[in-house]
Design a protein around this ligand. Sequence first.
Ligand SMILES: Cc1cc2nc3c(=O)[nH]c(=O)nc-3n(C[C@H](O)[C@H](O)[C@H](O)COP(=O)(O)OP(=O)(O)OC[C@H]3O[C@@H](n4cnc5c(N)ncnc54)[C@H](O)[C@@H]3O)c2cc1C
Length: 384
Amino acid sequence: MDQYDYIIAGSGCAGLSLLYRILKDPILKDKKILLLDKSEKNNNDRTWCYWEKGAGLFEEVVMHEWKTLAFLSDDFTNQFELKDYRYKMIQGLGFYDFVLKFASGFENLTFKYESILQIQTEGDLALVKTDEELYKAAYVFNSTSLFHPEINTDNSLLQHFQGWVIETEKPVFNPEIGTLMDFRLSQKNGATFMYVLPTSTTQALVEYTLFSPKVLQKEAYEAELKNYIRETLKIENYQITHTEYGVIPMSLAKFSRNPNEQKRIINIGTAGGYTKASSGYTFQFIQKNTQDIVAKLRLGEDPNSVMNFREKMFEWYDRTLLEVLISKRLEGKVVFATMFKKLSPEMILRFLGNESTLLEEFKIIKSLPIPPFLISGIKQLGNN
Ligand SMILES: Cc1cc2nc3c(=O)[nH]c(=O)nc-3n(C[C@H](O)[C@H](O)[C@H](O)COP(=O)(O)OP(=O)(O)OC[C@H]3O[C@@H](n4cnc5c(N)ncnc54)[C@H](O)[C@@H]3O)c2cc1C
């Protein structure tokens, strides 16, 4: 049985973010590492958007960034310039290629494409069983769905979306302005909005997004996209150069950091609960978590982290907002329009990114209708 210092189980966003950070670290870069995934990362299977201050670790693969964002609903529209944050876009394939190219120069790193069947601990070691072999390591960092909790319509909504990258012959877009949410759409299936991110005057990602219990038929997304491009963006002639479809669970179910309290197995990424339940944003939370893991490993410390009081507070806000949406105490469109009408967008981004201050959180709570949030907040206190 091969033994490693670390096994990274799953080479998606979280696995490769962790790998890159380990290999960039002068103290950790020579550790014996095994990277496992069931398949090669050779598809542009997703686009990540996130916000951060200044240049991040993956700046080289940022495809575009926006300083100005727009929010639109029937009775209120706003275009706002960000001060400290930039809203950024990274293409999945660009990210995978970048990390894997960098990693290819390390002889202490082994890649294997095998399906992981089981991960468990035995004494001070973690064992990974695949369809071909059994491997052991001091720590396994898992981002596969092996330990995902049960997701159902009582505890979850799905964030599902279809996006098209479209190209026009004539210049029609302003690449300086990204539309974060355009709610001027039918809300009959749940919170529904368009996301429009122009990367040049002739190219944009247009994404039809819903938060609802069930996904739609493929044709429904396409019909809405066509209609929006024609009626709202007023574009008749365009080519679809890329299509993206995704479903992200927005769940009150607990994604545990260590399956069954096994400290040698550390869940990262969505598996570890780093998807913000009320918005689906994950990329920036993965970056903070993997940075924290590497900071501990390089000091020879236990890489496990215990949720501190502030993290628990943010989790409670997140669960409260999601519970309001699941229970339909308020329409998603009303929640987001109220926030964008009354509060500074920079503050909203700080709040959604777990970077706000207590005073800002008080202002946010005050801006929202109290009864529905109070009921959901009390319900979630017991579950936090
Ligand atoms: C289409 C799409 C768009 C998204 N857009 C955004 C966005 O704009 N911003 C944002 O913050 N978040 C976004 N997300 C959410 C989140 O950032 C991504 O899902 C992100 O990829 C999560 O990273 P991860 O490493 O946890 O999971 P993944 O990137 O999915 O990686 C998991 C890896 O585990 C492997 N694996 C799974 N099971 C096994 C097994 N049994 N054996 C071996 N390997 C296995 C998979 O092949 C995969 O490579 C998006 C999600 C999707 C699906």
